[in-house]
Each structure stands twice: as C-alpha cells, then as structure tokens.
Design a protein around this ligand. Structure first.
Ligand code: UDP
Ligand code: MG
Length: 315
C-alpha cells in the first residue's frame, strides 16, 4: 500500500508566499499521488505560528476549497522550532512519514521524490543537505558555516548544512515525542534518535517573496540555544581555563619566592601573582559547581535514555 505523507510547513506572516507555495506543493503532491508513489490520504499541513497578517485566513480558505490542504493554528507566535514540532506531533498519528519544509520554498521541492524513495528503502530519517550557498548573502553564508563548525567543536552532533528540511518516519516522530525539553533545537535532537538515516543533497534557492523571518537577533539566540541545549562543554572549559591560570600563577609565585631568596627586588610581582592564583582557584571551583549544574540540567530534560529500533523474540 502506498504510504501516507504529510508535508509540514510552519508559517509566520507568510501571506506573500502562500499562494505560490500552495500551488507548487499541490502540483508536487498530486503528481506523487497520481503516480501511485504516495497515498491519496497525503496532506499539506500549514502551521500558522501566530501570524499577524492574513496567513490563517488564507490557510482556512485553501482548506475549504481543497481537502489536500490542512491547517493548524497556534494560539500565538512561538517561533519556528515550536511551530514545526507542533505540526509534527499533530501528524505523527495520521501519517507514515512527515516532511518538514519552509513556507518560502527555498528548499527544492523536487527532492521530495528522493526523500520518499529513501524512506521506502527503509530510512527513518532523511536529511536534506544544501549543496552550496551561492544564493545566500556573504554574511549569511559565513555566519552559517561558522555556526556549524562551532557546533561541531562544542561536541553537538549535527548534520553539516542541514536545516529543517527532512523526512521523518512515524516511528522517528514517535521517538521525537519522547524528548521533553522546552528549548528546542530540532536539528540537534533528530540525530540523537538514531535509526537508519540518509542524506539527500539539493541547491537552495532564494526566498521568492517576503523577507526572512530570521533576523540576526533570532539567529544568535537560536545558535545559543543549540549550544547550551546540547553541550556541557562551555562549563568544562571554565575548569580548563581555571587550571591554566592556576598553573601559571604557581609558576609566577615560585619565581617570586626564588627572587626573594636571592634578594632581587621584584616589587608588586608576588602580590599580582597571588591574586592570579586566587582567581584561578575560584575558576576551578566555579567549574566544579558547573559540572554539577550540567548533571542537573541533563536530568531535568528527562530525555529518553534509549530508543528501541527492533525486538527479536520468539515465543
Ligand atoms: N517561521 C515561523 N515562526 C517564526 C519565524 C519563522 O513559523 O517565528 C517560519 C517561516 O514562516 C518560514 C520558516 O519558519 O516558513 C523559516 O523562516 P525564514 O524563511 O524566514 O528563515 P530563513 O530561511 O531566512 O533562515
Ligand atoms: Mg527562508
């Protein structure tokens, strides 16, 4: 039987792009249904993330004229990640797999075919990965590449150049629902789920209308969320830094002691070195406290400790 696929599209003030986006996605999905690749129960779900413009009116209109369109309205603006999760959790019991994408269709919809192929080949997660970033501005490109590198250096397992364009199977969605954290960074959480996954490359286009809903300020807080939600490395760095300072200060104090013994006048040097020594010790203490906070922080997130992929059991 052909599988039921839901497209999940978070929308925030997207009245300018919705007419075109809905048209293109409808052609895509109808094509796949006619080819028998996916079931006629497949849907295109727009999630209205508390838009202030006519986004919701347009979604409900689309739904009223064509049942291929579904709509989900959040009570207020909760941000892209929350809106996406709301959509995914709503469709997980209705579909065999869900594909998330942005309303501006910067992600090439033609690769949906390959997403579904890989899904039919047994992949539970298919990551859409941007081949290059020619269409992004120099600033967006360098900050984005820097962001991925920094995340990897901080020990967060993320797929390079993958945003939130991905397919997730029903059981991957089920597993995702076990992650109870409030600070969402989906592209860091999905790799934690495991299961068989694959990567599909595509070229990213420019936004065809409207402007980015991710200004620099939102981008920075998103990056900070990504790091602090996945890594206790910054806490560990405090300890390392403190140890280095302490070590240097001890060397300086030994030098001061030797100088005092042989009678050289080094003025305030010993005093400065002892201040540094204390600062170093304090940093180490902070780091130790930090490592406990790190534990507490992993505990309060109540993430699932494991996700079972298969059970072989004869009775
Ligand atoms: N978005 C959302 N809520 C927000 C901000 C953005 O649902 O608070 C949606 C937006 O409508 C779009 C997607 O998230 O579908 C990505 O936003 P955008 O294309 O503006 O980001 P960019 O591609 O510039 O990073
Ligand atoms: Mg965009």
């Amino acid at each position: 039987m052909a599988s039921t696929i839901y497209l999940v599209i978070p929308c925030y003030n997207e009245e300018e792009v919705l007419p075109e986006t809905s048209k293109r996605l409808k052609i895509k999905i109808n094509g796949l249904i006619e080819a028998g690749t996916i079931s006629p129960d497949s849907r295109i779900l727009f999630v209205d993330d508390g838009s202030k413009d006519r986004t919701w009116d347009m979604i409900s209109y689309l739904h009223s004229i064509d049942s291929i369109f579904s709509g989900l309205k959040l009570s207020r603006n909760r941000g892209h990640q929350n809106a996406l999760l709301a959509g995914l959790m709503t469709v997980k019991d209705l579909c065999d797999a869900a594909i998330s994408l942005d309303a501006d269709l910067q992600d090439d919809v033609e690769v949906i075919d390959r997403f579904i192929e890989n899904f039919h080949d047994g992949c539970d997660v298919v990551y859409g990965v941007r081949r290059e970033r020619k269409t992004d501005s120099f600033f967006k490109r360098t900050t984005a590449v820097g962001f991925y590198r920094f995340m990897q250096a901080m020990g967060v397992d993320i797929v390079f150049n993958h945003a939130d364009y991905r397919l997730m199977s029903k059981r991957a969605l089920e597993a995702l629902s076990g992650y109870r954290e409030v600070n969402l960074f989906l592209r860091g959480m999905v790799p934690l789920i495991g299961f068989k996954s694959s990567v599909v490359e595509y070229d990213r286009a420019e936004r065809f209308a409207g402007e980015s809903k991710y200004p620099l300020k939102k981008m920075l807080s998103f990056a900070a969320d990504g790091i602090t939600s996945f890594s206790v490395k910054p806490l560990r760095l405090i300890t390392v830094f403190g140890s280095v300072v302490t070590f240097l200060a001890v060397l300086a104090l030994i030098y001061a002691l030797v100088a005092a013994i042989i009678g050289t006048d080094i003025g305030m040097f010993a005093l400065a070195a002892s201040i540094w020594l204390l600062a170093g010790v304090q940093l180490i203490c902070l780091g130790i406290i930090g490592s406990y906070i790190g534990r507490i922080y992993s505990e309060v997130k109540q993430r699932p400790r494991f996700i079972i992929e298969k059970l072989l059991n004869k009775r």
